[in-house]
Design a protein around this ligand. Sequence first.
Ligand SMILES: [Zn+2]
Length: 56
Amino acid sequence: MRHITRVEQVPVPGWVYHWPRCECGWTGDIVRTPVLAELQITEHHDDQFEQPSLFD
Ligand SMILES: [Zn+2]
C-alpha cells in the first residue's frame, strides 16, 4: 500500500481550512493551518511505517 498524501484546501468565508488525506483512504481532521495538517500526515505515516532504525 502506497501512502501518497496531500492537503486539500477547504475554503470557508474569511479563511481556508486544510484537510490532510492519503490515497490509502485515510483522512485527517480538518484544521486551521497547513502545519497542523502536516503534523497529522506525519503521525499517519508513523503509524503505517514502523521503522525503528529510521533514526540511526
Ligand atoms: Zn496512508
